[in-house]
Design a protein. Structure first.
Length: 199
């Protein structure tokens, strides 16, 4: 079989990870073998090990790439004093929606397949995931104190919002889906408008 050809500005490892993300999304991590990945890439299975050590390493790369991207964005939003609580929540949710629309495979894998991570990566990822949700809940709590947001349970609100966004996978499968920008706008209205405090 031919060698792995890297795209312009992309490494061979990045090509493998990209192909693996699609397979993990379509088949699930557990059901995908290195042989499946090799066939999808178009090389012998042994050739993959020149670029990646294992299937577990690929999952680690995908999960932490997405998690770190979202965490970095959240920290930037948190530090933005020009945004009130509602503005911060909107910015964070838009980032999540954008990832589910534009980075579909990797975002889906990080959202659904992270439980297959091995230690110590599993504990690390769970801690990062928990901290992320807590910080988002803190933003909501600040909004409640400032009477920008209704007096609701912040942790419950976080779970509802993030789970709603993870269901964008259903939009991808729909035969009659609305445009991406309209989907984002509708989701922000549905998820955020109900939070706003009314005098």
């Amino acid at each position: 079989m031919p060698p792995i050809k890297a795209k312009r500005n992309g490494t061979k490892k990045e090509i493998i990870i990209s192909k693996a993300a699609k397979l993990f999304r379509d088949k699930g991590f557990a059901a995908t073998s290195m042989r499946d990945l090799a066939e999808n890439v178009g090389v012998e299975a042994a050739s993959l090990y020149n670029h990646i050590q294992s299937k577990a390493e690929i999952l680690q790369e995908i999960c932490f790439k997405v998690a770190n991207l979202l965490t970095t964005h959240l920290e930037k939003v948190k530090a933005d004093n020009q945004l009130n609580a509602i503005g911060k929540i909107q910015a964070i949710l838009k980032m999540h929606i954008d990832q589910m629309l534009k980075n579909r495979d990797e975002a889906h894998v990080a959202d659904r397949e992270w439980r297959h991570l091995t230690e110590p990566y599993l504990s690390n990822f769970k801690a990062q995931r928990k901290a992320y949700r807590q910080w988002l809940a803190h933003i909501i709590e600040d909004g409640i104190q400032n009477k920008e947001i209704k007096p609701i349970d912040a942790s419950t609100a976080v779970i509802i919002m993030l789970h709603a966004i993870s269901c964008i996978e259903s939009w991808h499968r729909s035969e009659q889906k609305i445009p991406e920008d309209q989907l984002e706008k509708n989701m922000i209205i549905i998820l955020v408008e109900g939070l706003k405090y009314n005098d």
